[in-house]
Design a protein around this ligand. Structure first.
Ligand code: 4FV
Length: 278
């Protein structure tokens, strides 16, 4: 396949005690294709390979006591330097931890546009703070919960980036149009059959009028974002047409609720109910 995408692929190095946990995740679907097409290259560096004692020790007990172990400054720092040396200069070293700043689509776009970066996947209770002070450029979290290791978080970051790389998604539109593309949640999606358990695909999607379809989808994206993620709406400036669309969505929902047709239906609907709803 001629590589129409001039820009060299994205290179990522993951520092991890479990290389297989990372590489195993990347062999499937979009990620596997991105690697096959040379759009993405993922390497791993195992700190244990840089351990100098006979037991190849990488962890130790925390000063001040407390449960669990920590990844010690060495061989971790040496492993991070080895990973950084494999990449084009200047790529950030990112530590995945629950103490990090929340990872978001903007980070995925930024990292997908970079020449490459190192992901540090912690284990145990975390790593010696001095490694963060000297070898790490930023700390990112994928959510407010504690994982047993940073590997899954590293795969989340790589996955979110890979989909944005040119030539990875068969339809580039997907990456642009999906959730958070413009800070809104996605609109509802339907495919065949046209009717299932009395639930019909909204008429507007079956009518072929693409202006009406685009309008309906934007109304749904605005409405669902306002309902489910007011924090995202708070970050947006709404133009006149969005204000009208959101008002129309809310009016339709209120009418729906009023006729109590909004509640999740158990079992087939009557014909009268199947008439098209917004
Ligand atoms: C995590 C998160 C996370 C902390 C200790 C791995 C664990 C262990 N990473 N978002 N939440 N990491 O819980 O990214 O080192």
């Amino acid at each position: 396949m001629t590589d129409s995408h001039a820009r060299p692929g994205l290179a990522v190095e993951v520092v991890t005690l479990f290389p297989e946990l990372v590489l195993g995740n990347l062999r499937h679907g979009v990620l596997g294709r991105a690697i096959e097409r040379g759009r993405l290259a993922v390497g791993t560096v195992d700190p244990r390979a840089y351990a100098t004692d006979v037991h190849r020790t990488v962890d130790d007990r925390p000063y001040g006591g407390g449960p669990g172990m920590l990844l010690a400054v060495e061989p971790l720092a040496t492993a991070i330097d080895a990973a950084r040396a494999r990449l084009p200069a200047g790529g950030p070293v990112i530590y995945l931890s629950a103490q990090g700043r929340q990872f978001g689509q903007a980070d995925a776009v930024r990292l997908a546009g970079s020449a490459g970066y190192v992901l540090l996947a912690g284990r145990y209770e975390g790593v010696d703070e001095r490694v963060l002070e000297t070898c790490v450029d930023e700390e990112l979290s994928i959510g407010d919960y504690v994982l047993s290791g940073g590997e899954l978080a590293a795969c989340v970051v790589i996955d979110a980036c890979a989909r944005l790389l040119p030539g990875v998604l068969d339809n580039e539109r997907s990456a642009v149009e999906e959730s958070f593309g413009d800070g809104l949640l996605d609109w509802p999606h339907y495919t065949r059959p046209e009717e299932w358990r009395g639930l019909k695909v909204p008429q507007v999607l079956r009518g072929g009028n693409h202006a009406a379809i685009d309008r309906w989808r934007r109304m749904q994206a605005l409405g669902r974002t306002a309902e489910r993620r007011p924090d995202l709406m708070a970050r947006r400036t709404m133009d006149e047409s969005d204000v009208r669309l959101l008002a129309e969505y809310r009016a339709a929902r209120a009418a729906d609720e009023a006729t109590n047709l909004g509640a999740r239906r158990r079992g087939p609907k009557t014909d009268a109910e199947t008439e098209d709803k917004p």
